[in-house]
Design a protein around this ligand. Structure first.
Ligand code: 13P
Ligand code: SF4
Length: 326
């Protein structure tokens, strides 16, 4: 394909991301995008992208986008041989758990998560000894080995429902201490927490929110529930990335701040040109490991394939499926 042809073909895609990519840089992006679109057809592949992926991934090559819950749900419906997970490793593992017969690729194996790093399967076994009979609700931001030791999974989009679905007066909810504390404020169920934190959301402070309200009177503040409770208390609304996106779509605030990862506001701003999106936001270094060149390479070389030890896959799948049934 000539350079002129390439630019003509990708022009509608450029239109979606022109706020973020200078025209001079577009030809490099366009080359990777055209190659990825062709490779998807060749490999019968789909790309699932989390809301924190950069706009050129989110708007130009992804087939399915969403929060962790939507990506897990959609992964089950995928009619393709190959799933490329543009997100972090636990999301790719969840897609593999729900699609054992499909090839699941992650473009960079280093795309981890501070929450997933904060707990091991052995930690859960010890917690069960300490709190016999108390069910373990595990955030999806964990390894398959940790999920395998759990009764049920949850995401930020369904955590309250999952906790209340168990019909008990006490649960262990891990590893995100702040998510657990934020949920504890909304339920009578007593929640035993673990000291894991998201390295992106733990950096926001109540002072940041007070400052933004002083700088932009009338601004609407939306926060992710992985933020410390003091931050959530200052917000107008707290919800998963999909919930925040739905809030903006529904309410069309004149000005809004999304207290979360930076690409989130960029991605949804494309659909809401009349809404003004204000910082602060923080970058997730793990989400940012995924790029157009490494998505292209993943499809060219069919790497890195995500596999799960069969000794844990069955039990981990049960915890995820139990969540999806709630
Ligand atoms: P969501 O499920 O809200 O998309 O959150 C995933 C995540 O990693 C947030 O940091
Ligand atoms: Fe993990 Fe936080 Fe990054 Fe989400 S934003 S993947 S919770 S480190």
């Amino acid at each position: 394909m000539s350079a002129t042809e390439l630019l003509a073909r990708t022009a509608p895609l450029y239109d979606r991301v022109k706020k973020f990519i200078p025209p001079m840089e577009w030809p490099v992006f366009a080359d990777d995008i055209a190659a990825i679109l062709a490779l998807k057809q060749q490999r019968n592949a789909v790309i699932l992208a989390h809301n924190y992926q950069t706009p050129e991934i989110f708007h130009c090559v992804a087939d399915i986008t969403g929060d962790s819950l939507a990506l897990a749900r959609e992964a089950m419906k995928v009619d393709a041989d190959v799933i490329v997970l543009a997100g972090v490793h636990f999301m790719a593992e969840t897609a593999k758990l729900l699609n054992p017969a499909k090839t699941v690729l992650i473009p960079d194996l280093r795309a981890g998560c501070s929450l997933a790093e904060s707990i091991t399967a052995e930690d859960i076994r010890l917690l069960r000894q300490r709190y016999p009979g108390v069910p373990v609700v595990t955030y999806v931001n964990t390894s398959a080995a940790v999920k395998a030791e759990s009764d049920i999974c949850c995401t930020s989009g369904n955590a309250l429902k999952v906790v209340e679905s168990l019909g008990v007066d006490r649960v262990i909810m891990l590893p995100d201490e702040y998510l657990a504390q934020n949920i504890a404020k909304q339920t009578k169920v007593k929640i035993i927490t673990w000291a894991g934190h998201c390295e992106v959301h733990e950096r926001f402070t109540a002072h940041d929110i007070q400052q933004v309200r002083r700088d932009y009177p009338g601004i609407v503040v939306l926060a992710h529930p992985e933020c410390p409770p003091a931050v959530v208390a200052e917000a107008d609304y707290a919800g998963s990335t999909a919930d925040m996106s739905a809030y903006v779509g529904r309410e069309q605030p004149a000005r809004v701040v999304l207290v979360t990862e930076c690409s989130m506001a960029d991605n949804i701003s494309v659909h809401h040109p009349r809404v003004e999106f204000i910082k602060p936001c923080n970058l997730c270094p793990h989400m940012k490991r995924i790029t157009l060149p490494n998505i292209r390479e993943a499809l060219e070389t069919m790497t890195h394939e995500v596999t799960i030890d069969p000794a844990i896959a069955g039990r981990a799948r049960r915890a995820v499926e139990r969540m999806l049934a709630v």
